[in-house]
Design a protein around this ligand. Structure first.
Ligand code: BG6
Length: 487
C-alpha cells in the first residue's frame, strides 16, 4: 500500500482539476487507494475562491463523476482530504510561506507531488518559486501536462527550466493515454502472447493503422486549440506514444528505463518527413458544418468565430520506421475532431497467404486483421477466413473472433487514466510517464511538418460527422490500402 502523500494541485480551480483530477482522487478514495493522512491541496487565486472551494469541488464531482459513483457518505469522507490553499503561481509572496508551513506540519519524508495544472508558460516560474521558498524536498516530484511546448525549441526551454530545480527522476510528464488500462494492455498482449510475439514484423504484417477519432469539436478551448491544432495536440504525444507501444522491441525488463529506452529507439527510427515528403505523406483537414448523429453541427470556423484559420482539426500521416522489424510497413496515424464516431483503435492488417491454393470460385480471400479497440469499449477482434459450413461447395468467408474485454470484469473498478497516473506519481513509479528525451525526439520529427505547413498549403475540408477528407482515403489508396472504420 502506498504511503500517505501530499499532492498540491496548482490551478486547482481550473477545468482539468475539476473535471479530471478531483474525480480521479475521489475514485482512488472509493477504491481504498488513498491512504489515511494523504492531503490534496488545490491552489486557487483568491481568498474567496479558497473559502468556497469545498463547495466548488462538491459541485464538480456531482457533475463529472459517472452514474452511481457519487454518494454523499463518500463525499463527506473525501472532503476531509481537501485542503484548499491560496497561491498566485507567478508571485513569490507570503502565501507560499503559508503553504510551506502547512506542508511542514507533516514529516519531511512524506512525498510531495506538485501537480502543475497550469499553462506551460508558467511552469518555469512556479518551479523557481517552489525552489526559492524551500518547498522542494528529496521526496518531492513535479507533474507536468502536455503539450510541452509548441515546437522542439520551446519544449527544450520548458524542460530546461524545470531541470534547474528538479532532477529528471523527479519530473513526471503526463500523457494521459499511457494511463489508460487499455493502453497498458497493448504491452500485455504483445509481450505475453507468443502468437503476437511471433507475428509482429514486416514479414507478416502489411500495414498498421492507429486511429483516434473524436466527435467533439472545439469545446471551450478555442484559444488553445487554434494555436495548437491536431498535430501538436494529439499526434506529437498520444499517437506517437501509441505508435511506440505498438512498434517497440520487448523491453529487457518492465521498468521505466527499459521501456523508455525502447520507445526512444522507435522515435529515433521514424523516417523524417521534410519539404515535399510532407505534402506526399500527410493529409491535414478542417471540418465544415455537417450532420453528426442526426444533428447539424457548426464548422470549425463558425465555432472559432475569430476570422480565418488554417489550423488543422484532422491529420493522417503515412509513417515508416526504418529498422529491421518494420522495413517497408506503412504506419497510418490518424486523428480528427467532429468525426463520425468516437473511437481509438489499432488495426493490424496481415499479409496475404504466400501461396493461394484456391481458385476464384471460393470467393475473395481477405487478409487477416487484428483490431485492438482501446475506447469507447475495449475489445480485440481477429478476422480469419473460414469455410462456409452450410454448403457442400467450397466457399470461403471471413469470420471474426471477438473478445469484449469490458464485459469480462465485474463493476466496482473505474478505469481512469488520471487516477492511475496520479497514484503512480505519488508512488514514485515513472514507467508510464514521458522522459525528456522522448519529448525532444518526438518534436524533432514534428517540427519539419509544422515548418512545411507554415510555408505551403491549406487544410482539406471535410464535413463534420464523416471520417475526414477524401484525400485521406486517396492517400491509402496510393498503396492499395483502405481504412477499416470499425468504430
Ligand atoms: C487531450 C487533447 O490530450 O486528449 C484533447 O488535448 C482530446 O483535444 C483528448 O480531446 C482526448 O482524450 P480522450 O481520453 O478523451 O480520448
Amino acid at each position: 500500500m502506498l504511503n500517505p502523500f501530499d499532492i498540491i494541485i496548482f490551478g486547482g480551480g481550473g477545468d482539468l482539476a475539476l473535471r479530471k483530477l478531483l474525480p480521479a482522487m475521489y475514485r482512488a478514495y472509493q477504491e481504498g487507494n488513498l491512504p489515511q493522512g494523504t492531503r490534496i491541496l488545490p491552489s486557487v487565486r483568491s481568498a474567496e475562491q479558497r473559502d468556497e472551494y469545498i463547495e466548488t469541488a462538491h459541485t464538480a464531482l456531482k457533475e463529472h463523476l459517472g452514474q452511481g459513483e457519487y454518494n454523499n457518505k463518500d463525499w463527506q469522507a473525501f472532503a476531509n482530504y481537501l485542503v484548499p490553499v491560496l497561491i498566485n503561481v507567478t508571485e513569490a509572496d507570503e502565501h507560499w510561506d503559508e503553504l510551506k508551513t502547512i506542508l511542514s506540519e507533516h514529516d519531511e519524508d512524506k512525498s510531495r507531488v506538485f501537480y502543475l495544472s497550469l499553462p506551460p508558460a508558467v511552469y518555469g516560474t512556479c518551479c523557481e518559486i517552489l525552489s526559492t521558498k524551500g518547498l522542494i524536498t528529496d521526496t518531492s516530484r513535479v507533474v507536468v501536462e502536455k503539450p510541452i511546448g509548441y515546437c522542439g525549441e520551446s519544449a527544450e526551454q520548458i524542460n530546461g527550466k524545470i531541470a534547474q530545480y528538479f532532477n529528471e527522476e523527479q519530473v513526471f510528464r503526463i500523457d494521459h493515454y499511457l494511463g489508460k488500462e487499455t493502453v497498458q494492455n497493448l504491452m500485455a498482449l504483445r509481450f505475453s502472447n507468443s502468437v503476437f510475439e511471433n507475428l509482429w514484423d514486416a514479414k507478416t504484417i502489411d500495414n498498421i493503422q492507429i486511429s483516434i477519432s473524436e466527435t467533439v469539436g472545439l469545446e471551450t478551448r478555442a484559444g488553445f486549440y487554434d494555436k495548437a491544432g491536431a498535430l501538436r495536440d494529439m499526434i506529437q504525444n498520444h499517437l506517437l506514444q501509441l505508435l511506440c507501444l505498438v512498434a517497440m522491441e520487448s523491453p529487457h525488463k518492465l521498468n521505466a528505463n527499459s521501456i523508455r529506452t525502447e520507445k526512444l529507439k522507435v522515435l529515433e527510427a521514424l523516417r523524417p518527413l521534410v519539404a515535399e515528403q510532407v505534402d506526399d505523406n500527410i493529409v491535414r483537414g478542417q471540418y465544415v458544418p455537417g450532420d453528426l448523429g442526426g444533428k447539424i453541427v457548426p464548422g470549425y470556423l463558425e465555432e472559432l468565430a475569430d476570422g480565418p484559420s488554417n489550423t488543422e482539426t484532422f491529420v493522417v500521416i503515412r509513417a515508416h520506421i526504418d529498422n529491421w522489424r518494420w522495413a517497408g510497413v506503412p504506419f497510418y496515424l490518424r486523428t480528427g475532431k467532429r468525426m463520425k464516431k468516437r473511437c481509438a483503435e489499432i488495426v493490424v492488417e496481415y499479409k496475404p497467404v504466400s501461396h493461394n491454393v484456391y481458385d476464384d470460385s471460393v470467393g475473395p480471400i481477405q487478409p487477416n486483421r487484428l483490431v485492438i479497440r482501446l475506447q469507447p469499449e475495449e475489445s480485440i477482434q481477429l478476422t480469419l477466413m473460414s469455410k462456409r459450413l452450410d454448403n457442400l461447395e467450397m466457399q470461403l468467408e471471413p469470420v471474426t473472433l471477438n473478445i469484449e474485454l469490458s464485459e469480462s470484469y465485474s463493476s466496482g473498478f473505474h478505469s481512469d487514466a488520471y487516477k492511475r497516473l496520479m497514484l503512480d506519481a505519488a508512488a514514485n513509479n515513472p514507467a508510464l510517464f514521458i522522459h525528456r528525451d522522448e519529448v525532444r525526439q518526438a518534436w524533432q520529427w514534428i517540427d519539419p511538418i509544422i515548418e512545411r505547413w507554415q510555408e505551403k498549403g491549406a487544410p482539406a475540408l471535410y464535413r463534420a460527422g464523416t471520417w475526414g477528407p477524401v484525400d485521406a482515403d486517396e492517400l491509402l489508396a496510393e498503396t492499395n490500402h483502405r481504412w477499416f472504420n470499425t468504430g
